[in-house]
Design a protein around this ligand. Structure first.
Ligand SMILES: N[C@@H](CCC(=O)N[C@@H](CS)C(=O)NCC(=O)O)C(=O)O
Length: 205
């Protein structure tokens, strides 16, 4: 099987998967696209994914090519393929919460890119609801996040990788203030030396 991951260097969804590939030494080709600034890339993405989002994983062998359109589907596929332990129901909820926050913040960020000033003022009910959702999810995740220990091997898993990618990205995009979220800041610091973290940092520190 050959894997091609189509994504961007900054997307939190894409980074979670890249960290997973590094962790399990799975080789893959990374196709970096910029659907916002490049029309060619935007057209390419629209051709390979009708949902028009990244990541897309293209799985190929000699005979066929199979695209997968969604991070969770990609993770589930890899889990089966490599016989990783099934997530518990609580872990599924944690992943739903992380993705819920990530979906919400990405949508706000795209709204901002489209010209609405969403991160500096609360301009309407919808935007406020998204911000409230993100904060509620962070509160829900906090006990789990605070317990994660980089010295415990199993604590660096797809859930913590996904949360790391999300929190790091949200902070870089001005959507998460680490000063008012010190437990998240501490988590990012604790896990900053994990394999793949430096090489997948799309903001180039
Ligand atoms: N449910 C998707 C969400 C992926 C997603 O929202 N990706 C963003 C980039 S971080 C995107 O491609 N957005 C393009 C758009 O909304 O037009 C997944 O988990 O893969």
């Amino acid at each position: 099987m050959k894997y091609k991951l189509i994504g961007s260097k900054t997307s939190p969804f894409v980074r979670g998967l890249r960290l997973l590939f590094v962790q399990h030494s799975i080789s893959y080709e990374f196709k970096n696209i910029d659907y916002f600034n490049s029309k060619e890339d935007a057209d390419f993405l629209a051709r390979v994914n009708p949902i028009n989002k990244i990541p897309v994983l293209v799985i190929s062998d000699e005979k066929s090519e199979q695209p997968l359109y969604d991070s969770r589907v990609i993770f589930n596929y890899l889990s089966q393929e490599y016989h990783w332990p099934t997530l518990t129901l609580n872990e599924e909820n944690t992943l739903s919460a992380i993705y819920g926050a990530a979906d919400t913040t990405v949508n706000l960020f795209l709204l901002q890119r489209g010209g609405s000033d969403v991160f500096s003022k609360n301009d309407n009910w919808y935007v406020q609801r998204q911000k409230d959702r993100t904060q509620a999810v962070l509160n829900f995740l906090l006990p789990w996040v605070s317990d994660l220990d980089p010295a415990v091997e199993k604590d660096w898993n797809f859930l913590s990788m996904s949360f790391f990618s999300y929190a790091y990205w949200a902070n870089k995009r001005g959507a998460l203030d680490l000063k008012t979220n010190p437990d998240i800041a501490a988590f990012l610091e604790r896990f900053s030396k994990k394999p793949g973290v430096a090489e997948t940092d799309g903001f180039g520190v």
